[in-house]
Design a protein around this ligand. Structure first.
Ligand code: HEC
Length: 117
C-alpha cells in the first residue's frame, strides 16, 4: 500500500522534527513549528481561523486575551464553548504534543496574532 507507507514516512518525519526542536532553546521557533504543523490546519496561517466555528485569534477581545493558564488547560483538555459548531480538540488532535510544545505554540500565537493593547 504506497499510501499507507507514505503516511508513515510523513508521521516519522513529523516526530523527528518535534524531537529535534524540543531540545532547541528557541521556544518561539519551536512554537512556530508546532503551530504550523498542527494548529494551522484550523486556525489558519494568519490566526483568523480557516473553518467555521474557529475563532478569530487576532481580534482584540479574542480568546488570546485570556490568561495562559486558562488557554493551556483548554489546549490540553480540548474545549467547546456553548453553541459553538466545532470543538478545539485536545492537544490540537495530536496526543504526541507535550505541554511544553503547547506552551511554545501559545507563545508563538501571542507574538504573531495578538494585537497590541
Ligand atoms: C481541528 C481543528 C483545530 C485544531 C487542529 C486546533 N484547534 Fe484550536 N480551536 C479550534 C476550535 C473550533 C476552537 C474554538 C472552540 C470553541 O470556542 O468552542 C479553538 C480554540 C482555540 C483556542 C482558544 C480557546 C478559548 O479559550 O477560547 C486556542 C488558544 C487554541 N484553539 C489553540 C490551538 C493550538 C495551540 C492548536 C495546535 C496545537 C490548535 N488550537 C489546534 C479548532 C482547532
Amino acid at each position: 500500500m504506497p499510501c499507507a507507507r507514505a503516511r508513515l514516512i510523513v508521521l516519522a518525519a513529523t516526530c523527528a522534527v518535534f524531537v529535534s526542536l524540543s531540545s532547541a532553546a528557541d521556544d518561539l521557533g519551536h512554537g512556530e513549528a508546532v503551530y504550523n504543523g498542527i494548529c494551522l490546519a484550523c486556525h489558519g496561517g494568519d490566526g483568523a481561523g480557516s473553518l467555521p466555528g474557529v475563532p478569530d485569534l487576532t481580534e482584540v477581545a479574542a480568546p488570546l486575551s485570556q490568561d495562559d493558564a486558562v488557554l493551556l488547560k483548554r489546549m490540553v483538555e480540548g474545549f467547546k464553548s456553548p453553541g459553538s459548531p466545532m470543538e478545539m480538540p485536545p492537544r490540537g488532535g495530536n496526543p504526541a504534543l507535550t505541554d511544553a510544545d503547547l506552551k511554545a505554540a501559545l507563545k508563538y500565537m501571542r507574538k504573531t496574532f495578538q494585537q497590541a493593547k
